[in-house]
Write a protein that binds this ligand. Structure first.
Ligand code: ACO
Length: 333
């Protein structure tokens, strides 16, 4: 359902940060691992390289780096954080949450903490969830993180998936704003009937980890690439129009579109369908691949660091992915 946001109190992104691990894997490296080519990957996805976390590193470790940057740029202390929401499908452990580990590692001693699983839409869901605590006046500083180590659930012998994915983390601090910043309208959506379009079949309560699940490689992510592609272009375009209508904003008044970076051709498809000038679509998929929940906060932080985003501008965030799920919001900066 698309709703108009209730902005009794404004909410601003007071700080942001991102982090990717050191090891870079380019398309030529992948040529040595599976039957693929630099040319195929570039043409079909727009991806040139991605980063992979070293052994012994968990999602919370990446999230520490991006979160400390966000806290610093917001000008607060670690202990000022009231709530931590971590959007991830790759927590360090199934139990406890990645957010609990992050809370301890950064010394956010006063904060509550929980994880949120909404696939590649995770950050959009987290942004809207965290905003509610600010808008209703409960909390002053909410840390929202999108982090995924997709390499941990990727079968590096499966060319259908392994060329697409990368590891990364991005964080924002949400605070009250006396001005007009914050969401103008948003949608959080789900089409659970298509749950198996992107799925890790084993390791959950239905099919716990077993010798068979290991042998079948069903602890790795599987995906119907064409179905997801079609969904991503059509649903994203449709929902963007709905949210614009709800906010009573013409598409040409949006300054930048921050769309989940899954495939360059998906971004081109949405741009074509909605006649969005390419210069307004932020792109970094060539350098990071699909980093799932980390994709949008990495994109945002780069744009902020480059000085692209200015006070009062209108941004449109759109996440889509496993679930199937989607989350779109128009945000006044
Ligand atoms: N290298 C070379 N050839 C390949 C590769 C590869 N890495 N992968 C697939 N191919 C082959 C296929 O086998 C197929 O061969 P065939 O015609 O002989 O059967 C051919 O290339 C074309 O395959 P398509 O699936 O039609 O290729 P398409 O143009 O649709 O691109 C892709 C595939 C890149 C996966 C695209 O469909 C896509 O990006 N889908 C969305 C993926 C996505 O966003 N997933 C969500 C993220 S995953 C997550 O959330 C964890």
């Amino acid at each position: 359902m698309t709703i108009q946001a209730n902005n009794n109190l404004g909410v601003k992104i007071a700080g942001c940060g991102f982090f990717v691990p050191e090891r870079k894997l380019n398309n030529l490296d992948l040529e040595k691992m599976v039957d693929t080519s630099d040319e195929w990957i570039l043409q079909r996805t727009g991806i040139k390289e991605r980063y992979l976390a070293a052994e012994g590193v968990g999602s919370s470790d990446l999230a520490v780096h991006s979160s400390l940057q966000a806290i610093k740029s917001a000008g607060i202390r670690n202990e000022d954080v009231d709530l931590i929401i971590v959007a991830t499908v790759t927590p360090d452990y199934p139990v406890p949450s990645c957010a609990n580990l992050l809370q301890d590692k950064i010394g956010a001693t006063r904060a509550g903490a929980f994880d949120l699983n909404a696939g590649c839409s995770g950050f959009a869901y987290g942004l809207m969830t965290g905003s509610q605590f600010i808008i209703n006046g409960s909390y002053k500083n909410v840390l929202v993180v999108g982090v995924d180590l997709l390499s941990r659930i990727t079968d590096f012998t499966d060319r259908n998936t392994c060329v697409l994915l990368g590891d990364g983390a991005g964080s924002v601090i949400l605070q009250r704003d006396e001005g007009e910043s914050g969401p103008l309208a948003f949608t959080l959506g789900s089409d659970g009937g298509k749950y198996d379009n992107i799925i890790v079949p084993a390791g959950g309560s239905l099919h716990p980890a077993s010798i068979t699940s290991l042998e079948n490689k069903s602890h790795y992510v599987r995906m119907d690439g064409r179905a997801v592609f079609e969904f991503a272009v059509n649903k994203t375009a449709k929902v963007i129009q709905e949210v614009l209508q709800q906010a009573a904003i013409d598409i040409e008044h949006i300054d930048y579109f921050l769309l989940h970076q899954a495939n360059l051709r998906i971004l081109e498809g949405v741009s074509r369908k909605l006649k969005i000038p390419w210069s307004k679509i932020l792109v970094n998929i060539d350098r990071y691949g699909n980093t799932s929940a980390a994709s949008l906060p990495i994109l945002l932080t780069e744009a902020v660091n480059e000085g692209k985003i200015k006070k009062g501008q209108l941004l449109l965030f759109a996440g889509f992915g496993a679930g199937l799920s989607w989350g779109v919001t128009i945000w006044r900066w």
